[in-house]
Design a protein around this ligand. Structure first.
Ligand code: SAM
Length: 248
């Protein structure tokens, strides 16, 4: 698998054309059996990212009211301990998630057309999905999130940082997880249905360039650096949005 973080910088190029939904789904159908191992359990880079995400997610979700939580694009269920429901476009990813979380309702659907009723959830978390989508699709997914969230509910999502992308150069050709954004661009795509609550940076240190044994010990430093103005330079931006109540 191509790791966009392992590529050397090269001159700035705009985002590549939006990937086809079917191509992304096929990619994950094919990767499903190896996803956890390749991306997380056997990768010190993945373990590092998983820990950073959990700290940031816990902070963001602490503000949500108790109630149903959807993991949108739940994949193999890595983060389903934080959610009551899951959804993913890839049946093969869901097969793994169902084996892991047999008691949770997990549905196969596209993130822009979910089967849930209006105002079903107090929170939606959505990790590592937007990078796979073109901008118009991201806008449709955000609209769908607004529909299924209760007023005041939280949407917590992440995307690669556009600022870091400008400094480092684009990911390798052929990698379809190539959409990078700034929080301002995300808000422009979200329309008036959401307000921005907070932005957290994830992975400021160039972890892929550090020896594996040094990565986890440096994690607290990464968290510390990401609390200040350097957050925008981190690899990923984790953004917390609040669904506006009517008229707010
Ligand atoms: C990188 S994985 C992330 C999985 C999980 N959120 C995590 O962080 O481990 C991306 C997931 O998005 C799913 N996905 C891609 N496009 C989707 C879409 N349009 N609607 C729903 N899920 C989609 C893929 O099937 C895959 O499981």
């Amino acid at each position: 698998m191509l790791d966009p973080e392992s590529e050397p910088p090269c001159p700035e190029r705009p985002d590549p054309p939006a990937p086809e939904d079917a191509a992304v789904r096929a990619y994950y159908d094919d990767l499903a059996a190896r996803y956890d191992e390749v991306r997380f359990t056997r990768s010190s880079y993945g373990q590092y990212l998983d820990r950073l995400e959990r700290v940031a997610l816990a902070r963001a979700l602490a503000a949500a009211r108790p109630g149903p939580v959807l993991d949108l694009a739940c994949g193999t269920g890595r983060l389903l301990d934080l959610a009551t429901h899951g959804l993913d476009a890839s049946e093969s990813m869901l097969t793994r998630a169902r084996a892991r979380w047999p008691d949770k309702p997990l549905v196969a659907a596209d993130a822009e057309r979910t089967p849930f009723e209006d105002r079903s959830f107090e929170a939606v978390l959505c990790l590592h999905l937007l990078m796979h989508l073109g901008r118009s699709k991201i806008a449709r997914v955000l609209r769908e999130c607004r529909r299924i969230l209760r007023p005041g509910g939280r949407l917590v999502l992440d995307f690669p940082s556009a600022l870091r992308r400008r400094l480092r150069g684009p990911p390798p050709r052929g990698w379809h997880g190539a959409t990078a954004l700034s929080p301002e661009e995300l808000m422009a795509l979200s329309g008036p249905g959401f307000e921005l609550v907070g932005v957290d940076g994830l992975m400021l240190l160039p972890v892929h360039r550090l020896p594996a044994w040094l990565r986890l010990p440096l994690l607290p430093l990464d968290r510390l650096l990401c609390r200040g103005p350097l957050a925008r330079l981190a690899s990923f931006q984790l953004v917390e949005l609040r669904a506006r109540t009517c008229g707010s």
